[in-house]
Design a protein around this ligand. Structure first.
Ligand code: ADP
Length: 376
């Protein structure tokens, strides 16, 4: 072989080696990208080999199944606790098929998971090269929201039916002849009037809730004088309070103007709802006091009454839609059970919070904190 032939072979070997190096580098890059992608997915991923050992798992699956890196190289049956999930993986290996199912977990917490099990076949029927990829999507929140929605529709339909049935019943009785007896007719029409007002209130409340939830309330913040906002509500409800001989008063804890940025209409709705409740659920001659305060980043509004109070067992639920402590105590006041859930929704949409303290037969205190938004 001549010298230049050696050179040529040498050059070819060098080029080949460069090429290989480059390919290696590219494979390594792709590997890194792939593992970065798997690691940052919200989808839980498990890779299980034919010997039933887990060879890959991502942070999402650790979080969803409350497991950790120690599961790597262990058999899936020894680390997974969901019987259904284990069954799915086994079935996929056995029948060499992909599977999709919604499964429920009860431990360590209740969860609904959408599980996809994918059987990976290498086509040469070598069992040793078979793998199963498990993809887990946590759909607990989606299912919870769906349930809230269907419960809401069921409750709303039920609540709307009550006044409608009353209106139908009384109007039919009137048409069947009761209209000729003037006293009965007047009594029935009064009931119909009350029920139609209730219906109207219900529809208005439901629309309010829908509007707040769809976040249709654009936040047009404007400077508000809290004392003036409270005075406006007091003016609106004073007559109601007077009728029951209830003493309605306002206290400014700082003694100077409290100015902050918020949405006037929504603030009015919060205070009106709370003060109306305080008047409704306070017996004759009681007291309703509104205390306003200026805290560092928030303003505070307390509505305190000396009314009938709320039983301890009901306290955690009073902000739920349609929840009423007892039907009798609020239907006599025309309540829909939506007032407080509307208030809580508004408060939260304004970035604030609401708390309640109450003692049965002693009174209740609702406390609202709203951000001042002064820095904006
Ligand atoms: P409602 O329209 O029935 O008043 P809300 O959502 O406003 O509905 O209130 C839920 C329940 O909480 C009411 O049924 C009532 O029993 C109770 N509640 C609300 N505010 C007060 C209060 N200030 N004092 C006593 N009970 C109250």
């Amino acid at each position: 072989m001549r010298l230049n032939e050696f050179d040529m072979i040498g050059e070819n070997v060098n080029a080949l080696s460069d090429n290989l190096q480059q390919q290696n580098f590219q494979i390594q890059m792709q590997d890194e990208r792939l593992s970065l992608m798997v690691d940052s997915m919200i989808l839980g991923v498990l890779l299980i080999e034919s010997d039933r050992r887990i060879t890959l798992a991502n942070p999402a699956v650790y979080h969803i199944l409350s497991i950790d890196e120690s599961v790597i190289s262990k058999t899936f049956t020894s680390v997974l606790t969901s019987f259904r999930l284990i069954q799915m993986i086994e079935k996929s290996f056995k029948d060499r098929v992909p599977l999709n199912e919604e499964i429920y977990l009860y431990h360590p917490k209740e969860m609904v998971l959408d599980v996809n099990v994918i059987f990976v076949d290498d086509h040469d029927n070598d069992e040793m090269n078979e793998q199963v990829i498990v993809l887990i999507y946590d759909i607990t929140d989606i299912r919870r929201l769906e349930k809230i929605r269907t419960d809401f529709i069921a409750n709303a339909s039920h609540e709307l039916k009550t006044p409608v049935t009353a209106l139908q019943g009384f109007s039919e009785t009137l048409l069947e002849g009761a209209i000729d007896d003037k006293d009965t007719a007047i009594e029935f029409v009064k009931i119909m009037n009350k029920e139609s007002k209730r219906l109207n209130q219900l529809i208005a409340d439901i629309l309010d809730l829908a509007k707040i939830e769809q976040d249709q309330v654009g936040h047009h913040l404007e400077p508000i004088d809290l004392q003036m906002a409270v005075d406006e509500v007091v003016q609106q409800v004073q007559m109601e309070a007077d009728k029951k001989g209830i003493h309605l008063s306002t206290v400014n804890a700082v003694g100077s103007e409290i100015i902050f940025n918020s949405e006037k209409g929504l603030l009015n709705q919060i205070i009106t709802n709370l003060v109306n409740n305080a008047i409704n659920y306070t017996d004759e001659k009681g007291n309703v006091t509104i205390v306003i305060d200026d805290l560092e980043n928030n303003v505070q509004i307390q509505v305190i009454d000396t009314g009938i109070g709320i039983p301890e067992d009901d306290l955690p639920r009073i902000f739920e839609r349609f929840y009423r402590v007892s039907k009798s105590r609020s239907t006599s006041s025309g309540g829909t059970g939506l007032g407080l859930s509307i208030v809580r929704n508004i408060v939260q949409s304004l970035g604030g919070r609401i708390d309640v303290m109450s003692q049965l037969n002693e009174g209740s205190e609702f406390r609202v904190l709203l951000p001042k938004n002064t820095e904006e």
